[in-house]
Design a protein around this ligand. Structure first.
Ligand SMILES: CC(C)(COP(=O)(O)OP(=O)(O)OC[C@H]1O[C@@H](n2cnc3c(N)ncnc32)[C@H](O)[C@@H]1OP(=O)(O)O)[C@@H](O)C(=O)NCCC(=O)NCCS
Length: 114
C-alpha cells in the first residue's frame, strides 16, 4: 500500500498478522465497500446504512485534525500478507473526563479468524 498520501502523523502499529496504520485517501473506496455491509452498520452507533458515495473520503479527511486536537484516533487494519484493508479501530477521546470509547469493525470476509 502506498502510504505517501497519508496526512496524519500518528504511529503505525504492527502485530504478527496485522498492521494498524493511519487511513489514506486511497482507502476510501475500500472503506465504502466494506463498511457498506448492513451487518456492520447494524452493530455500530455512527456508521450509516446506506453508506453513500463520498462519505468515506469525508470521514478520512477528518482524521488529521481530530488526531492533532486529541479528539479521535482512527487506525486502518490491514493484513500483513496482502496489504488489504480488513477493518478499522479507533478511540473517541473525552479529554475533559480523561477517558475514551473504543470502536471497531472487521470486514465480513475477515470474520471468524480470531
Ligand atoms: C465484532 C466483530 C469485529 C467480530 O469479528 P469476528 O471476526 O467475527 O470476531 P472473532 O472471530 O474474533 O470472534 C467471534 C466471536 O465473537 C462473537 N461475537 C461477534 N460479535 C458479537 C457481538 N456483537 N456480541 C457478542 N458476541 C459477538 C461471536 O459469536 C464469536 O464467538 P464464538 O467464538 O464463541 O463463536 C465483527 O463482527 C464486526 O465488525 N461487527 C460489526 C461492528 C461491531 O459490532 N463492532 C463492535 C462494536 S463497535
Amino acid at each position: 500500500m502506498d502510504n505517501t498520501v497519508c496526512q496524519v502523523k500518528q504511529p503505525t502499529l504492527q502485530t504478527q498478522r496485522l498492521t494498524l496504520r493511519p487511513f489514506c485517501f486511497a482507502d476510501a473506496d475500500d472503506v465504502q465497500r466494506l463498511v457498506g455491509a448492513r451487518e456492520i452498520a447494524a452493530m455500530t452507533l455512527t456508521i450509516p446504512h446506506t453508506y453513500e458515495d463520498g462519505m468515506a473520503l469525508e470521514w478520512i479527511k477528518t482524521h488529521p485534525i481530530a488526531f492533532s486536537e486529541g479528539k479521535d484516533v482512527n487506525f486502518a487494519i490491514a493484513l500483513n500478507n496482502t496489504g488489504k484493508l480488513c477493518g478499522a479501530i479507533g478511540l473517541g477521546i473525552n479529554q475533559e473526563h480523561n477517558h475514551a470509547e473504543l470502536g471497531y469493525w472487521i470486514s465480513k470476509p475477515c470474520w471468524g479468524k480470531g
